[in-house]
Design a protein. Structure first.
Length: 179
C-alpha cells in the first residue's frame, strides 16, 4: 500500500481515465449492431441537418443545465466528504468510460468521420465543464476548503456557459460542419 502513496494523484487520475477509456472502448465494441441502433440518445440529440425551433432549444437548454448542475452538485458533495479522492478516481474512470463509448459509437456509426463528429460535439462546451471539474479536483487534491463563494460562483458561471454552448452553439456547429 505504501507504493501507492508515492504515486502522485494526477498520475493515478490519468491511470483511471485510461482504464475507463479502455473499458469503454471494449464495452462499446462488444455491443451488437441492433443495440447500437436502439440507443435513443444518439438518434435525438446528435442528429445532423436538424434545426431546432426556439421553443425546442429552450427546452433543451433547461434539460442540459438541470442535468449539469446536478452532476456538479453531486461532484461537489463528493468533494466535501472524507472519500473525495476515491470518489474522484471513480469519476475519472467513469469520464474516460463515457468518452470512449461516445467516440466508439460515433466511429461505428459514421466511420472515420465519427472522430471529427465527436470532436465537434464535445469541444466547445467541454472546455467549460472540464475547467469546473478540474477546479473541484484540485480542491480535493490540495484539501482546500470549498466554502469560498467566489469558487462556487466561478463554477456556476462555467456550468451556465457550458450549458449555453451545448444547447445553442453546438447544434449550429454540427449543422454547419455536417450539413
Amino acid at each position: 500500500m505504501s507504493k501507492w502513496k508515492r504515486v502522485p494523484s494526477r498520475n493515478l487520475w490519468l491511470m483511471c481515465i485510461i482504464g475507463g477509456v479502455l473499458a469503454g472502448t471494449m464495452w462499446a465494441n462488444l455491443l451488437s449492431g441492433e443495440l447500437l441502433g436502439q440507443i435513443g440518445y444518439f438518434d435525438g440529440i446528435y442528429q445532423t441537418e436538424r434545426a431546432y425551433s426556439g421553443r425546442e432549444q429552450w427546452q433543451l437548454w433547461r434539460y442540459i443545465i438541470r442535468q449539469r448542475l446536478c452532476e456538479i452538485g453531486m461532484g461537489s458533495l463528493i468533494a466535501m466528504t472524507p472519500l473525495a479522492v476515491a470518489g474522484y478516481f471513480i469519476g475519472a474512470f467513469g469520464a474516460g468510460f463515457v468518452l470512449a463509448v461516445l467516440i466508439t459509437l460515433f466511429t461505428l456509426e459514421k466511420g472515420w468521420l465519427g472522430i471529427l463528429y465527436w470532436l465537434a460535439s464535445v469541444l466547445p462546451h467541454g472546455f467549460c465543464y472540464l475547467t469546473a471539474w478540474m477546479i473541484l479536483a484540485a480542491a480535493v487534491v490540495e484539501k482546500q476548503d470549498l466554502k469560498k463563494v467566489r469558487i462556487w460562483l466561478f463554477i456556476g458561471i462555467l456550468v451556465a456557459a457550458g450549458s449555453f454552448l451545448e444547447a445553442w452553439v453546438n447544434p449550429q456547429i454540427l449543422n454547419v460542419l455536417f450539413a
